[in-house]
Design a protein around this ligand. Structure first.
Ligand code: NDP
Length: 435
């Protein structure tokens, strides 16, 4: 703890895992006295680097780039790249740590990693974004590779940015390989990858609801965020007959009591993905909806909540508000959106609660499928990928139930996900010796 005491998000993520995994280690002799958890919390490698680029006005700009190579016991490092001004070592280490467990849960051979830069894409021109991506990849290219470390997108990094980075990697290395996932379809991307995290989150919630004889049909659903994960989670909820009533961004949220249908969702996608605008623009076209500045959507009455924006975006008071309003299910689409106190509120109320490392694993799982397709040099159809995604989410749900169900029948999905994720990585580390 001392070594990382100035890294609060990383400490938060480790504490949550340690609380559930240490009792499991104590009950299982095989995992004792091998410093397994101690090894897992120490990144195999941290790379930090200067990223210098020129803005449109000709000024030189400096940012800090990172790649955390956390754990390669079960496969090449794998995890997204985040471009956001809040990016720092603590946030990326928490994400890389969680990623190790999440990737293990998918059952695919992927280790854990994460990277990014404290670059703010908001208000930047497309040329500036491209120059930044090229400058970032110029250094990152020395540390990654299709069999070493395969980054993907995350906050602030979508298909456009992955394309720019892939182009630069190819130019520098003179090789066309599956070094990044989330690529465009014309150059090795997988169908369903853009949809996968959001869809997977909803598939996971479906499995949880089914244990109570419930479904999305007729349910009111509050979604936070309005980026990649939020958009496709909403799309799947609408398809399953649920009513999505909110979206948000870091400035506020919109509430459309009548429900956001497919046509309105298409407008949200246009605002965010084509115009790179703000969610407040929604009320310009749909004035019956309201925009609430400076707040998060958890005060809106709902049956199901899908936090899909960012870490620590749902606190204890907001969790209490959700429970008081009758919410029965929370499935995290983002990474660690609920604070530890909020998680405690959900678990004490015994509602269905899924931690991101289980419920948002569909994105990286589909990235794993993209890697397989790249290695095989062929492309699967949307139906094939979606079927595999559904199967993976259902297996993750089963693994959580296996390790998380108590004698009363209550499933602690946090405990289940942590232990199931731990076992595979720990077994591989034990087999590989003291390394
Ligand atoms: P996007 O960049 O597409 O969207 C991010 C959304 O979250 C935006 O609406 C953004 O609003 C909001 N947001 C970002 N930072 C903050 C902040 N500090 N406070 C409040 N709101 C914020 O990212 P994704 O949809 O890809 O990612 C969302 C979450 O899902 C992240 O936690 C990510 O790690 C996680 N995730 C993503 C996966 C993927 O496949 N993309 C896979 C697994 C997890 P604004 O524009 O105002 O910043």
């Amino acid at each position: 703890a001392k070594r990382n005491s100035n890294e609060p998000e990383f400490m938060q993520a480790v504490k949550e895992v340690a609380e559930t995994v240490i009792p499991f280690i104590e009950e299982n002799k095989k995992y004792q006295n091998k410093m397994l958890l101690e090894r897992m919390v120490e990144s195999e490698r941290v790379i930090m680097f200067r990223v210098v680029w020129q803005d449109d006005a000709g000024n030189t700009q400096v940012n800090r780039g990172y790649r955390i190579q956390m754990n390669s016991a079960i496969g090449p490092y794998k995890g997204g790249i985040r471009f956001h001004p809040s990016v720092n070592l603590s946030i990326l280490k928490f994400l890389a740590f969680e990623q190790t467990f999440k990737n293990s849960l998918t059952t695919l051979p992927m280790g854990g990693g994460k990277g990014g830069a404290d670059f703010d894409p908001k208000g930047k021109s497309e040329n500036e974004i491209m120059r930044f991506c090229q400058a970032f990849m110029t250094e990152l290219s020395k540390h990654i590779g299709a069999n070493t470390d395969v980054p993907a997108g995350d906050i602030g990094v979508g298909g456009r940015e992955v394309g720019f980075m892939f182009g630069q990697y190819k130019r520098l290395r003179n090789e066309f390989t599956g070094v990044l996932t989330g690529k465009g379809i014309s150059f090795g991307g997988s169908l369903i990858r853009p949809e996968a995290t959001g869809y997977g989150d909803v598939y996971f919630a479906q499995s949880m609801l089914a244990t109570k004889g419930q479904s999305f049909s007729g349910k009111t659903v509050v979604v936070s965020g309005s980026g990649n994960v939020a958009q496709y989670a909403a799309e799947k909820v609408i398809e399953l007959g649920g009513k999505v009533v909110t979206f948000s961004d870091s400035a506020g949220y919109i509430y459309d009591e009548a429900g956001i249908d497919s046509e309105k969702l298409a407008y949200v996608m246009e605002i965010k993905n084509v115009n790179y605008g703000r969610i407040s623009d929604y009320v310009n076209k749909y004035p019956n909806a309201k925009y609430v500045a400076g707040k998060r959507p958890w005060e809106v009455k709902c049956d199901i909540a899908l936090p899909c924006a960012t870490q620590n975006e749902l606190n204890e008071d907001e969790a209490k508000m959700l429970i008081a309003n009758g919410c029965i299910c929370v499935a995290e689409g983002a990474n660690m959106p609920s604070t530890p106190e909020a998680v405690e509120v959900f678990q004490n109320a015994k509602i269905l609660f899924a931690p991101g490392k289980a419920s948002n694993a569909g994105g990286v799982a589909t990235s794993g499928l993209e890697m397989s397709q790249n290695s095989l040099r062929l492309s699967w159809t949307s139906e094939e990928v979606d079927e595999k995604l559904k199967g993976i989410m259902s297996n993750i749900h089963e693994a959580c139930v296996k390790y998380g169900k108590d004698s009363t029948g209550y499933v602690d999905y946090v405990k289940g996900a942590n232990i199931a994720g731990f076992v595979k990585v720990a077994d591989a580390m034990l087999a590989q010796g003291v390394v």
